[in-house]
Design a protein around this ligand. Structure first.
Ligand code: ZN
Length: 318
């Protein structure tokens, strides 16, 4: 039944009709037909209807990404099992679910929040009756509660109901999903999600790919420890690991490899050095804001938003 729904869907329609007809012609065993269809689904690109406002595709194995507005979403499907990492905003979560439901039945085994920021958790509410399990780092929930109170939108939140401190692991279908916390970085509650079989890691906002980062000092961020956290990531994962990034600048991907992590780590190191030198030279934050368009040694980071880095480095070192 699940496969029949997939074949009927707009996303897969005509390609699968032909493919399925070919299979039926040469296979009599229903079980093997279904398992081959399943494998083919997982190998294919996500075929989106025309003019969608979003991008969605498989990345490696049965894990993919979705991006429209806010922090990139990760997802995994496997014959009736689904896991999702982050939710952007309600409209975006509906768009994602429309596509996932066209591939298979809609039960969501697990929702993961990489951290509390609204562009990663505002869509949680869509999952209110769709999943029993929402997991995040314990500080992520504390931060989400505090922000909701401050912004007066507590009624629009759905909070994690499973919390972890250092490491957390579970099975969804045949996939093992492990969350690590390596210490303060973008916030004090950034989870790193590894889909072990697929070998895909969702980094949340620990990577801003060639885009000036938001460094949330009000939620316990630390530039110097962020560099250490990325060292732990580089040590833990291998050359075949594919990474999903929270954000990227125009023209750069929201997915990538270790070289992109090293490049961002270099950005943070150069930012710290630049901050130290500027403070030592007696330059005020206002003067620095007026005169800086680029961090020396990290020219790939350009465009809007450098002032957030300058303010954060002065707060951390000040
Ligand atoms: Zn964030």
């Amino acid at each position: 039944m699940k496969r029949r729904q997939a074949i009927k869907s707009t996303a897969y329609g005509s390609a699968y009709a032909l493919f399925f007809a070919q299979l039926v012609a040469c296979k009599s065993n229903r079980e093997s037909v279904e398992s081959i269809v399943k494998e083919e689904i997982l190998k294919r690109k996500v075929m989106l209807p025309e003019n969608t406002p979003y991008t969605m595709d498989f990345l490696q194995g049965n894990v993919g990404f979705f991006t429209e507005r806010g922090g990139t979403i990760g997802w995994m499907i496997e014959d009736g099992h689904t896991a999702i990492v982050d939710t952007q905003f309600p409209d975006q979560s509906h768009h994602l679910l429309d596509q996932l439901n066209s591939m298979q039945d809609g039960h969501i085994d697990l929702l993961i929040n990489t951290h509390h920021h609204g562009d990663h958790t505002a869509g949680n509410i869509v999952y209110k009756n769709l999943t029993d399990r929402i997991v995040a780092h314990e500080n992520s929930k504390t931060n989400q509660l505090a922000n909701a109170k401050k912004n007066g939108n507590e009624d629009k939140q759905l909070y994690p109901n499973e919390l972890f401190k250092d490491i957390w692991t579970t099975k969804v279908g045949s996939e093992t999903i492990t969350l690590d916390y390596f210490g303060a970085a973008h916030t004090d509650g950034d989870a790193i999600t590894h889909f072990e079989n697929a070998n895909v890691v969702h980094m949340g906002d620990l990577i801003f790919n060639r885009r000036f980062p938001y460094i949330d000092m009000s939620a316990g961020a630390s530039i110097s420890n962020w560099i250490n956290v990325l060292d732990k990531v580089l040590n833990k994962f291998d050359v075949k690991t594919k990474f999903i990034f929270g954000h990227s600048d125009n023209g750069f991907d929201v997915t990538g490899g270790k070289e992109d992590i090293k490049a961002f780590q270099n950005y943070l190191s150069r930012l710290l050095i630049f901050g130290e030198q500027s403070i030592k030279s007696g330059i005020t934050l206002d003067e620095l804001r007026m005169s800086t368009t680029e961090i020396p040694g990290a020219p790939e980071w350009k465009g809007k938003g450098i002032e957030r880095s300058l303010e954060a480095v002065y707060t951390e070192l000040g």
